[in-house]
Every structure is written in structure tokens, then in C-alpha cells.
Write a protein of this length. Structure first.
Length: 106
């Protein structure tokens, strides 16, 4: 029993093909959705910070500019990769969902 579980974990970690020859993904659809919301929040933060560099001077101005650029870059990377994965359906098929039950379990 323990060997079966260990082999399944190793197979998922290595990204090997499943029994039907399709690649198994370990990240759930819910995780990708949360990442998209995080990216949207970062974009909202950038939007709110857009006037701040003009209202500050000196070192604070540089810090805000760097923060805006970093937040924007992370939002694009996180949001873009997560949206791509959602569109291509590159997520775990047997998603446990909110209550811990898989699609096959009832």
C-alpha cells in the first residue's frame, strides 16, 4: 500500500505520463484561478499607485517606481501563465474541489 502511494507521488513529481499516456498535472484548477485573482489584485495595486511617484520626491519616488514595475511584471507573469494553463486545461483532472471529494467520488 505504501509503495503504491510513494510511486504515485514520484510519478506526479517527475511529470511522467499517466496510464492513458496523457501527462498528469499536479496543480488544480482552483490554484490557477486563485493565481489569476492575485494577478488582478496586483494590477489593481499598480493602478492605485500610478499617481504616487508624482506626489513624492527623492528616494520615495524611486521606491514607488520600482514597486510599480515589480508588481506589474509579477502580475503579467503570474496572470499570463495561469490563464494559459487554464485555457489549455493544464491542471489536475481529479480536482478535490472545495469539500475534498474528487469528481469520481460521490
Amino acid at each position: 500500500m505504501d509503495k503504491d502511494i510513494k510511486n504515485e507521488i514520484e510519478k506526479k513529481e517527475e511529470g511522467q505520463s499517466g496510464q492513458d499516456g496523457k501527462k498528469q498535472y499536479t496543480v488544480s484548477k482552483f490554484s490557477y484561478t486563485i493565481r489569476v485573482f492575485v494577478a488582478l489584485y496586483l494590477l489593481y495595486t499598480v493602478w492605485e499607485l500610478r499617481r504616487t511617484p508624482f506626489e513624492t520626491t527623492g528616494t520615495e519616488r524611486i521606491v514607488f517606481i520600482v514597486a510599480i514595475i515589480a508588481f506589474l511584471a509579477f502580475a503579467i507573469i503570474i496572470g499570463g501563465t495561469s490563464l494559459r494553463a487554464l485555457i489549455k486545461k493544464e491542471y489536475a483532472e481529479n480536482d478535490p474541489g472545495f469539500f475534498g471529494k474528487g469528481k469520481d467520488e460521490k
